[in-house]
Design a protein around this ligand. Structure first.
Ligand code: ADP
Length: 488
């Protein structure tokens, strides 16, 4: 039961409300009690003064001890209240007069005698006490006064029954109202919690129904401004990203299998042809084997590229970093690509005038440079030229690969770094030099990015294309291996 947020919210809410109500009830009760006591005391003082005014007036008129008695009797008869008792005591504590018979015939050990004793022993200023008389609670007030040479005390006893009844009714009201309020509030709280959490329950049910096959479905956003709207939006964004990556994955799998299918089909077909004729000449077998070799090589290349990308995606491709000279690596790559270029009568120009020490993965940078040079040669018609220029720019090395090929159509330029993208699939595939699978630029871009650099197509038109690589310059603390070759 406590696993439900609704129940927990309701319990919290009810507990807090109960504490507040009980605290309020206590506060109200004590305030009312204090106020009632103050008002009672004030009323008693007023009654006592009025009683004494009557006594004084009568005593003045009658004069002498009889005058005092007559004044007190007159005041007693004038001030007859149901809940108030007046007792006048002389200096010795003897009752001069009382409005209640109880005091006139009080026994020595009875309650009135106790009250009287208390009144006579009270000293100093006029004072209040709360006393009990025959199971009833009274407020007692002693007022000193003197007439002529004689001192007296007026004891006023005011019953607190009505006040007590009022306070009891307040307690009863609270005792009924608080549980009722808590009950109603907890019911309403549960209803509200249920209502406000119902979109969450709905969202979780819908989210639970979203799987790989309906990943394009989205949660409804009722109010984009509230918390639940934000939650639904964040969830939908997560689904967008998942959908995108699923889609990429699907496309990647489809493209990869498509790219692998062609060489595998050629391999099988060529092997079938070779095996079907038993009387083939050794040249014919050699030709078939050459084709098998070329396709197997192409297959190997694609699989290696795929492996590189898969490891790069998983962040598991290790970088073997070392200090070396980038200008030397560029020159080496140019040299190795010259034979390929020469087959198409393409000239390769390498311009690396400065020393470029770098701390990087040499094998990966070599792969990137070879990829870009290979592309430049592949997509440049015979008799063209390819050049690579290296320079130092601030804290970066800039490698510019230019060719005199036919360029890439502007609308396709933004897509060339996508995996398996080939601007002209038919032409690439039919290239005699083994057109690529459209992975070369993706891998090159990853290699450059893994070195915190940038690879961009900076120009491509009918006159040719230029790719620019920017790599951070500088070496690590360990010493550079001394240069083997002198500068070109
Ligand atoms: P591929 O293996 O097909 O060369 P890449 O990823 O290296 O794959 O290149 C993707 C596409 O970009 C190529 O198919 C080609 O259409 C285009 N491309 C790359 N480099 C050049 C270039 N230097 N000149 C013209 N087109 C190029």
């Amino acid at each position: 039961m406590f696993d439900s947020v609704r129940v927990r919210l309701t319990l919290w809410y009810t507990t807090v409300l109960a504490c507040v109500l009980v605290a309020m009830a206590f506060g109200t009760y004590f305030l009312l009690r204090r106020d009632s006591a103050r008002r009672t005391d004030a009323a008693i003082v007023e009654t006592a003064e009025s009683f004494l005014a009557t006594v004084n007036a009568e005593a003045d008129e009658a004069k002498g001890p009889d005058g005092v008695r007559a004044g007190i009797e007159q005041a007693n008869s004038e001030h007859k209240y149901r809940d108030t008792i007046f007792v006048v005591l002389d200096e010795d504590g003897k009752i001069v007069s009382s409005s209640s018979d109880q005091f006139m015939r009080s026994e020595p050990s009875g309650a009135p005698s106790g009250i009287l004793q208390d009144a006579t022993t009270r000293s100093g200023a006029n004072s209040f006490r709360t006393v009990r008389l025959r199971e009833r609670i009274y407020r007692s007030y002693v007022r000193y006064f003197s007439i002529g040479q004689k001192a007296y005390r007026l004891l006023v006893l005011q019953s607190l029954l009505s006040q007590q009844e009022f306070l009891d009714s307040v307690i009863t009201a609270f005792a009924l109202a608080i549980p009722l309020a808590i009950l109603l509030a907890s019911g309403a709280g549960y209803f509200l919690a249920r209502r406000s959490l119902s979109p969450v329950v709905e969202m979780s049910t819908q989210a639970g129904g979203i799987g790989a096959d309906n990943l394009h479905e989205r949660l409804p956003v009722r109010n984009a401004q509230d918390e639940l709207g934000h939650l639904a939006q964040s969830f939908n964004q997560l689904l967008d990203r998942l959908d995108q990556s699923f889609e990429q994955q699907r496309r990647f799998m489809a493209d990869a299998s498509h790219e692998l299918r062609t060489p595998v089909a050629i391999l099988c077909g060529e092997a079938d042809v070779a095996l079907s004729q038993s009387n083939r000449s050794p040249e014919e077998y050699r030709r078939s084997l050459d084709i098998l070799r070329a396709e197997a090589g192409r297959l190997k290349h694609i699989v290696e590229d795929l492996f590189t990308l898969a490891r790069a995606d998983a962040g598991q491709h290790p970088l073997t970093l070392a200090n070396f000279y980038l200008d030397e690596l560029v020159a080496e790559c140019c040299r190795s690509m010259r034979t390929l270029a020469a087959a198409k009568r393409i000239t390769i120009k390498c311009d690396a005038p400065e020393e470029m020490p770098i701390y990087a993965d040499e094998a990966l940078l070599r792969q990137m440079i070879v990829n870009l040079l290979d592309n430049a040669i592949k997509y440049t018609p015979p008799e063209g030229s390819v050049s690579i220029a290296c320079c130092v720019q601030n804290s970066h090395y800039l490698l510019t690969f230019s060719d005199t090929g036919q360029g890439i159509p502007p609308e396709l330029q933004p897509r060339i770094f996508e995996r398996f993208f080939r601007a002209d699939k038919v032409r690439s595939r039919s290239e005699s030099d083994g057109g690529g699978a459209g992975l070369g630029l993706s891998i090159s871009q990853w290699i450059v990015q893994a070195h915190s650099g940038q690879l961009e197509l900076t120009r491509s038109d009918a006159a040719g294309s230029t790719f620019t690589v920017q790599l951070p310059a500088g070496v690590a603390a360990q010493p550079l291996i001394p240069r083997l070759s002198s500068k070109r």
